[in-house]
Each structure stands twice: as structure tokens, then as C-alpha cells.
Ligand binder design. Structure first.
Ligand SMILES: Cc1cc2nc3c(=O)[nH]c(=O)nc-3n(C[C@H](O)[C@H](O)[C@H](O)COP(=O)(O)OP(=O)(O)OC[C@H]3O[C@@H](n4cnc5c(N)ncnc54)[C@H](O)[C@@H]3O)c2cc1C
Length: 441
């Protein structure tokens, strides 16, 4: 008779990575509970789109119930399979079409998608029911000699399991205790983001290019802008309320959290010191941030000015960009980490959530093997950590490089960059070679 005992997995944090892992474990019949600090399922509505790469899509396909993966595909926006680069005068530098960034035969699973974060969250939560416990802030844990992990909550309660997965994001409490030397630091880069709401009338006011596909704007120096349309078909009635509005949207200011309105998202990035103000940027109101970006882009092409100026001020928000510092390998225990909790990165390559999904898929596979008795638990967690540290921190480095390039002061570097793009645009085979799998992690 085998001494093997099924696992109970505790996940701290119900964000993209934690919920994806919970779906996968549940699908495989492994006992799992997610403890999330938010009070209600709709507390953390974030009204912006997110890019899901072929790797992220594949992970979702593995982890989600089939019907929810269908809901993901059905509710994704249009135009995510292309990408363009333009100057701040709207001169075209490079256009990457689907046949460049999605090389080789691709099925629906192996594609790029853009989806509203609110919708993705609805999908990730749809099948979890009581697996997710809200209003449970994890404050720490204790590993007991009998091999169990006791998790502590701010309300004084505890929960016990065989494994604790810290999926509690960039400010992870689990990481603070598990790896006290692991740090998350400011990059000195700040982005101001906004949404230009699309209506039958407003869509004619902006350049058609903004409605086609995501775009990167490359001025000659110091700053950059990312633009992406978020347009989708009406929510599909086969998937219940998915793709619609959660109740909290009704009380949201402006169009910030309206999950049913199409929009064009933009994110202006510059060094903190380059913003023309003496006060802390965080103290500024949306109107002041909006005015500042308008002023900083005053010499840009009229199409870009229209997009920025015509944006609903209530949707304008500031995001200070952080990254994590490298962590050397650690001794494996029953407490592990995934996603931003271990390798938080800048959003400049749009891959953080995709790497969190990759973690979830890999860790799920390893924990299922341990649950079935096919691999000892600590060896299974170690297998996961060895791979995750490698690809996770490579993604951190890549995204930091992209962030620094976006705000680089080097005129020469930018000029060369623009030239390379123009040459690649003129030589399709070179373009294919340089940019295949663009946007993947
Ligand atoms: C502007 C911007 C744009 C981005 N765009 C993209 C993109 O297009 N594509 C992409 O791949 N990535 C993108 N990212 C990165 C992506 O959002 C993150 O990498 C991703 O959300 C990480 O998922 P996660 O599950 O690790 O953490 P999170 O999604 O942050 O989830 C952490 C969860 O833990 C909970 N929590 C925190 N502390 C506790 C606690 N003590 N106890 C219990 N629960 C707790 C939180 O409430 C939250 O629900 C972007 C990021 C930004 C800032």
C-alpha cells in the first residue's frame, strides 16, 4: 500500500496567476483554496486591456475548463495579431502583421489576444465558487515540523495545507517572509495612461490607424507612447454575464470601469524627473495629469493630439513603474511563489501576466504529479522553481531593457533604432527574421 496522501494547496492571492493555478488544480481534482484580501469579487476592477501571448493563451487553455477557454476567445478584442511603430509625427516606421509575429501554422490556442482585465477576471472566477475566500489578508505563515504549512490572516484566523503558493502580487507578504532579500524597486519611469472612449461619433474623430492594432510611438528622444484599441463583439450570451459589467462598474467615474464600451488605450512614458512639476506626481489629480501629458506632447502630430486631448479625463491615471532585483536560487520548501510575487517586471513588453500564467501552468503540472504520488513534493516544487527562476528573471531583464529604451535620452540610439525599423520594413525576409514571435515572453 502506498503511503502517498493527496495534497491540499493554499494559494495566497486571487489575481491572474493565483486564479489560473486554482483552475488548473481543480480541473485535475487537487484540493485547493485561494485566500484573497479583497472583500468582494468585484473589488479589484481594473479597467484596462491586457495582452495575452500565445504562451499565455496556451496556459489558459490547459488550466481553464474548456467552456471558459471558449469564453476567453469569444470575449477577446480585435486586432491583437498585428503591431505597428510610428514616429511622433505619425510617420510609419514598421508594421508587423500576423504572418510576421505569428509564424508557422497556428491554431486558435497559439495566438495573440487582447482582453479586458475585468472580463479575464470574470472568466478565471467563473468556475471557482467557494474555492476563493474573500476578505482574507495573508500576513504570514509557519512551516511545522510535520510538513504542514499554517497560513495566518489579518483577522486572526489560520488555514493549514501541504503547500503554500504566494501569488499575492508585487507587494507579496509571502515573499517578504520567504525571501526577505528579494526586492522590488522603482525604475524612475512613470506612465500616465488614459482611455479614449469609442462611440459612433467619437471614432470618426481619431485616425483609423489607432483602431487597427496596437502601436508604439517613438519620438526622437526621452519618452514614448503605447496605443492599443480595445474593440470586441457584443458579449456572447452563451457565456452568461462574462464580458458584461460587474455591479461596481455602475458607480465608477466616467468610463473607467465600463466593461462594455470599446476604447483606445494609451500610455505615455517618461522619466519621473522629466515631468514638468515640482510636486509629487502621485498627488496630482487626473485633470492635472491629463494637462501635463497634453503639454508634453504639444508638438506631436495632430492625430496623436486628438487622441490624447479627446480622452475622458476621469480615465487618466498614473502608474509608477517598478521591477524586481535578481534572486539567487534558494532551498526549496513547501512555500513557493509565482507571478509578480517573485518576478514582477515593468509592463513595457506586456508579458508579466503571461509569465504568471506560465508559472501557473508549470506549477500545476508539478503539483498534480506530487498529488498523484508520481514525484516527491519537494522535488516537484524544486523542478518548478529551477525553471521559473530562469525564464522569469529573463523576462524581468527583457522588460527592463524595453522600459529603458522607451525613455532613453540617446538621440543616436533612437535614430539607429528608427533606421533599423525602416530597413526591416523594406525587407520582408529580414522583418520576419527579426520580429517573429514579437510580444512573446
Ligand atoms: C499598466 C500595466 C499594463 C500591463 N499590461 C500587461 C499586458 O498587456 N500583458 C501582460 O502579460 N502583463 C501586463 N501587465 C503585468 C500584469 O498586470 C501582472 O504581471 C499580472 O497581473 C501579475 O499577476 P499576479 O497574479 O502575479 O499578480 P496580481 O494580478 O497583482 O494579483 C495579486 C493578487 O493578490 C492579492 N493580494 C495581495 N496581497 C495579498 C495578501 N497579503 N493576502 C491575500 N491576497 C493578497 C491582490 O489583491 C491580487 O488579487 C501590466 C501591468 C501594468 C501595471
Amino acid at each position: 500500500m502506498s503511503a502517498h496522501k493527496p495534497l491540499h494547496v493554499i494559494i495566497a492571492g486571487g489575481g491572474i496567476g493565483g486564479l489560473a493555478l486554482a483552475n488548473g488544480l481543480r480541473k485535475a481534482g487537487v484540493s485547493v483554496a485561494v485566500y484573497e484580501r479583497d472583500r468582494h469579487r468585484t473589488d479589484r476592477l481594473q479597467g484596462f486591456r491586457i495582452h495575452i501571448s500565445p504562451q499565455g493563451s496556451r496556459s489558459l487553455h490547459e488550466l481553464l475548463p474548456e467552456q471558459m477557454y471558449r469564453a476567453f476567445v469569444a470575449n477577446s478584442g480585435k486586432g491583437a495579431t498585428k503591431f505597428g511603430f510610428v514616429t511622433e509625427q505619425m510617420r510609419e516606421l514598421l508594421n508587423l502583421d500576423a504572418d510576421v509575429i505569428e509564424t508557422g501554422p497556428r491554431d486558435e490556442i497559439d495566438r495573440n489576444y487582447g482582453i479586458s482585465r475585468i472580463t479575464l477576471r470574470q472568466i478565471l472566477l467563473a468556475d471557482l465558487g467557494a474555492v476563493v475566500r474573500y476578505d482574507k489578508t495573508v500576513t504570514g505563515y509557519r512551516e511545522s515540523p510535520d510538513g504542514r504549512v499554517e497560513v495566518h490572516f489579518a483577522d486572526g484566523g489560520t488555514a493549514t495545507g501541504d503547500v503554500l503558493v504566494g501569488a499575492d502580487g508585487g507587494t507579496s507578504r509571502v515573499r517578504a517572509q520567504r525571501l526577505p532579500d528579494a526586492r522590488r524597486v522603482e525604475t524612475g519611469i512613470v506612465t500616465v495612461v488614459g482611455k479614449f472612449g469609442l462611440t459612433d461619433e467619437s471614432r470618426h474623430r481619431i485616425a483609423p490607424k489607432f483602431l487597427e492594432s496596437p502601436l508604439s510611438v517613438m519620438p526622437p528622444t526621452s519618452c514614448g507612447m503605447f496605443i492599443a484599441p480595445h474593440e470586441f463583439d457584443r458579449p456572447d450570451s452563451r457565456f452568461g454575464g462574462i464580458g458584461g459589467n460587474d455591479d461596481a462598474a455602475a458607480s465608477s467615474p466616467g468610463a473607467l470601469l465600463d466593461n462594455t464600451q470599446p476604447y483606445v488605450f494609451w500610455a505615455y512614458a517618461a522619466k519621473r524627473a522629466d515631468y514638468p512639476t515640482d510636486v509629487a506626481l502621485e498627488s496630482l489629480r487626473p485633470r492635472q495629469l491629463h494637462e501635463m501629458v497634453n503639454a508634453m506632447t504639444a508638438r506631436w502630430a495632430p492625430q496623436l493630439r486628438e487622441l490624447i486631448g479627446g480622452t475622458d479625463t476621469e480615465t487618466v491615471t498614473l502608474i509608477s513603474i517598478r521591477t524586481s532585483t535578481p534572486v539567487s536560487a534558494w532551498e526549496t520548501t513547501r512555500v513557493t511563489l509565482l507571478g509578480d510575487a517573485i518576478h514582477s517586471m515593468t509592463p513595457f513588453r506586456g508579458i508579466g501576466a503571461n509569465v504568471a500564467l506560465r508559472d501557473a501552468r508549470l506549477l500545476c503540472e508539478k503539483l498534480v504529479a506530487a498529488d498523484r504520488g508520481a514525484r516527491p513534493l519537494l522535488a516537484a516544487i524544486h523542478d518548478y522553481e529551477a525553471q521559473m527562476i530562469d525564464y522569469g528573471f529573463k523576462a524581468v531583464r527583457d522588460s527592463a531593457t524595453a522600459a529603458n529604451q522607451a525613455v532613453s535620452d540617446s538621440r543616436a540610439g533612437r535614430t539607429i533604432g528608427r533606421m533599423v525599423f525602416r530597413v526591416a520594413e523594406a525587407v520582408p525576409s529580414l522583418k520576419r527574421k527579426m520580429f517573429s514571435d514579437f510580444g512573446s515572453e
